[in-house]
Design a protein. Structure first.
Lengths: 249, 249
DNA sequence: AACCCCTTTTGACCTCGGTCAATGCGACGA
DNA sequence: TCGTCGCATTGACCGAGGTCAAAAGGGGTT
């Protein structure tokens, strides 16, 4: 895991105390001692948009947290059909203690900075970091719930419902990453800047790029969204868009 | 969680030492002390086919392992569209320590016997059962991988590929539940007895019952499977069926 | 054996989203 | 200012799988 390409930047200068994901990542509940342990062994890596971070089956040598940027977890078939099975946004964890190979392909979709730990040392430290251990289980359970919610989307939702769900998901995650008191309840318009291209969205939603594009157009014509360029979506009425999702999640 | 219906049987007579899932469930790696703790607080419940075991949003009071039978985890939309997001076969764990509500609907599809623990006492005991704790994380990670594999199936596979994948999944899980040295490599024919109706399969695969039925017919006409009644599938050539799956999982 | 109930299968038809191809639209370098 | 390159949009067409409806199996029970 984590290629040592020439164009992968390795840095180590950031202090945990000023880390943007300090209170949401795997270290969220770490106490001073635990944080000191982590701080002493961590190092940073930065990947450019489009770079492969790890491939399914690779030896899993490094675990990490996303600090900035967006990456994807994906699964492919022999003939090239691909499904994104997880979006990795800031604070998400990559890799699993106790596994020795990478389970899914990991790709940077924007520039991504990771806070990394070598797996073996991290696993050894883990027994002395109960708060990290608990947080890891909690995050894994959250991921499992998210994966299962996505299964409903992939198996049963229409293209329009998929797009609406996706926009609200990104809106929700963006809000909770900026304001700590999160709730997408504001009545006025919401600006969403999409971290994904149409193509990547399609791969995430189990659609084709053309269908994604057509649904964006349809939502725009129906007045549910406005586009500012191709990567910024303005939602004038969140409740109206939510009504397109089909469920109460 | 776990209704106290009149027709839910509660029993407590089985010893862990003779339990059919002793070496695969959450207790798989429990030592003698840990097992004694579990043994002293556990109790059994049996549900009839079709009964609801728990509903999304219910207070989560009981955690359990499936001992015998098959249950489903499912997620529904307002208009009734439903997706099964997890199959619960013997040894699978239901519920999560640290959560206080049920995340998905749980339904018995055959008669199901559960080995149950009240949540609070179980959580308290958990700190004294490191092997159980580790096993729980491991099982959760396995579930997450399985969920993500299923996302590829739901998002990208054709109906035929879905059916083939499902048959092989059941075959694999059946084998690993009977023989410990599991590998579906036997050249001769394999008999699969399906725990699910066509309808339930459809709900699991993101299809309709008609499509499931048609694909069974198609696979039969192509000589890839033989049916013995409606619930038993004979696979004369596992490799040939595997070729229909579309990937190397 | 006749009836009922429920699941499964089959048929006819339609629609949503995929496919293939052309066109549009910035951003960037010459 | 003009190409060009990559992404996005739009159009025309098609087909896998959904929908609706009817027929065909099984078990049970009387």
């Amino acid at each position: 895991m984590l290629d040592d390409d020439a164009n992968v930047t390795v840095r180590a200068e950031i202090r945990c105390s000023t880390c943007p994901v300090r209170h949401r990542a795997v270290c969220a509940r770490a106490d001073a001692d635990e944080l000191a342990l982590l701080d002493s062994v961590k190092f940073y890596k930065t990947y450019q948009a489009g770079q492969t971070i790890a491939l399914r089956g690779d030896p899993l040598e490094v675990l990490s947290s996303v600090v900035t940027g967006t990456a994807t977890l994906s699964q492919s078939m022999e003939d090239g059909r691909t499904q994104i099975v997880g979006l990795l946004l800031p604070s998400d964890f990559i890799g699993r203690p106790g596994r020795d190979t990478v389970a899914h392909d990991v790709t940077a979709v924007t520039e991504v900075t990771l806070c990394c730990f070598r797996r073996k040392p991290f696993e050894d430290l883990l027994v002395n970091m109960p708060h990290v251990q608990v947080r890891l289980l909690e995050m894994t359970l959250d991921e499992l719930d998210a994966a299962r919610d996505w299964m409903l989307l992939l198996g049963r939702k229409t293209a329009r419902e998929k797009i609406a769900s996706f926009l609200l998901l990104i809106a929700q995650r963006t809000v909770s990453n900026t304001i700590s008191n999160s709730d997408l309840a504001c009545d006025d318009e919401v600006r969403i800047s999409l971290p994904l291209s149409r193509e990547t969205m399609a791969t995430y939603l189990g659609l084709t790029i053309e269908t994604v594009s057509r649904q964006f157009t349809a939502l725009r014509k129906d007045g549910l969204i406005t586009l500012d360029g191709t990567r910024t979506v303005i939602v004038p009425d969140v409740a109206a868009l939510s009504a397109e999702v089909g469920d109460g999640d």
